[in-house]
Design a protein around this ligand. Structure first.
Ligand code: 5GP
Ligand code: ZN
Length: 135
């Protein structure tokens, strides 16, 4: 547990949360400021700041739980689809430095359409970037 971490405090029960799932590895609860109805967060119980700080074995266990919680929310809410968001660093919008996956339910009849605005791809730039990033 990290002392100044709000999500560690939720795991410890020091801050209340609206839990939807819990096991030995993760806790899942509703986001306090939801993007959509049913917006939930899945976090590992053991603190790590973000994706790059988390041991691969832990990450595997967490992602399997993200799938499980998302499937349950989709069937039970119900919703038509969902986004998984996982922010790393302030520049990416991360406000809580404890690894968390957002599950954001989406509804076919919702206003607003797609979440992200696509930009027409420059094929040469994409090709060069893929060559630079390929590993
Ligand atoms: P981030 O922007 O770091 O990816 O997402 C952090 C999320 O945690 C935000 O969506 C925010 O609403 C949520 N959040 C922050 N503090 C609390 C809290 O005390 N309880 C709950 N349930 N959610 C929180
Ligand atoms: Zn923490």
């Amino acid at each position: 547990m990290k002392n100044d971490c709000v999500f560690c405090a939720i795991v410890a029960g020091e801050i209340p949360s609206f839990k939807v799932y819990e096991d030995d590895c993760v806790l899942a609860y509703l986001d306090i400021n939801p993007f959509t109805k049913g917006h939930a967060l899945v976090i590992p119980k053991v603190h790590s700041a973000g994706l790059l700080d988390t041991p691969a074995e832990t990450l595997k266990e967490v992602v399997v739980r993200v799938q499980k919680v998302a499937a349950h929310i989709k069937a039970t809410l119900p919703c038509d689809g969902f986004n998984i968001l996982q922010n790393n660093g302030a520049a990416a919008g991360q406000t809580v430095s404890h690894l968390h996956f957002h599950i954001v339910p989406r509804f076919a009849d919702a206003e607003g359409g797609a979440v992200f605005t696509p930009h027409t791809g420059d094929m040469e730039a994409l090709k060069a970037l893929a060559e630079r990033l390929r590993f």
